[in-house]
Design a protein around this ligand. Sequence first.
Ligand code: PHB
Length: 396
Amino acid sequence: MLARRSGRSLFAVSSLALTLSLTACGGSSLSSGEGGGSGDGSVKIGLSVPLSGVYASLGEDMKQGFELYLEEHDSKLGGRTVEVVNADEGEKPDTGVPATTKLVTQDRVSAVVGLVNSATALGLRDSFEGAKVPLVVANAGADGLTTPTSDYIWRTAFTNGGVGEALGAEVAEEIGAGSVYLLGSDYAAGRESVGGFKKTFEAAGGDVAGETYTPFGTTSDFQPFLNKVRQSGAKAVYVFYAGAEAVNFVKQFDSFGLKDDVQLYGAGFLTEGGALAAQGAAAEGVKTSLHYSDLLENDTNAAFVEAYQEAYDEPPTVYAVQAYDAAAALDKAIEEADSTNGEDIAKALGDVGEIDSPRGPWSFNESHDPAQSYYLREVTSSGGTLGNAIISTLGE
Ligand code: PHB
């Protein structure tokens, strides 16, 4: 159900809520191999995103993006009324794996959308293959999710390595002879993001001053790590942090006094949405790479930003777009499959063609990831509002 943060458009909210609860009362066939749906033409979709832990705000954005797509499409995907079954991914695999598994084994959904944490998604990959149910990953960027390719794993997001790789040559050029210190959360996402950056940065002649990974989910005091950066004499820093970790890191980078001397770069999650709002002026001047900014200029994004702002009273984020696009991909696939069977839907995901996304049009590549552009963004203030201004398209 649409959990709006503002009281606006309440009529639209309650009409969707009614549709969904009526669907839920309609009952559904759980016969094996059929997947979640029913003779009345509905389809059951699992939505597993963090509603608790350091990534809770990301999960809320994804939920909002997914629900906005449904609201704009008469609560239907592929012509079938959708019953959304929600699960709380939480912070790590110990919560995310069982909560998501239940959607398949007990709720018998036809497909699952969501997953923020790479470690959680990696822990689920084989069971989705085994169950022959499609998992449309709407955030987690682990390279190993889509390499090797699986018939059942599709991703509407990015690869962690790809976001980092996009920025390496640009930073090498911007800082010239100086060196860069690398920092990230100590799990697949931080290591792959930093690894991707390092690869293209060093290939472009850049020097690495040091590399440190901070315990994920338990680090709130970054001072010891910021000390290492200062002592290294680095001219710039590249980091991977998201959600609550991104808020603490950027604020402490500023209050520790590094901001004046050291340029902060990162994967764009660092300054996205709620994180940027909480960081405030401390984030000004931070430069990042990402495949989206709400300030991106194209017609689809203009309409999306307006609708999202109207629905939730805040600008959309990359997380919202990835979940909105997951709904768009499933809409086409369920239509094409004309079935609620997971295997049929997974097959049809290969034929969805171009997705008309707020990030710009994209299609799945050979590994089932979006073929897309990455942008260099800089946090600037316009009329007193901070945003991720698009500076250039990276790699062009
Ligand atoms: C990931 O675990 O892959 C991940 C988490 C949060 C982000 C991006 C990637 O913002």
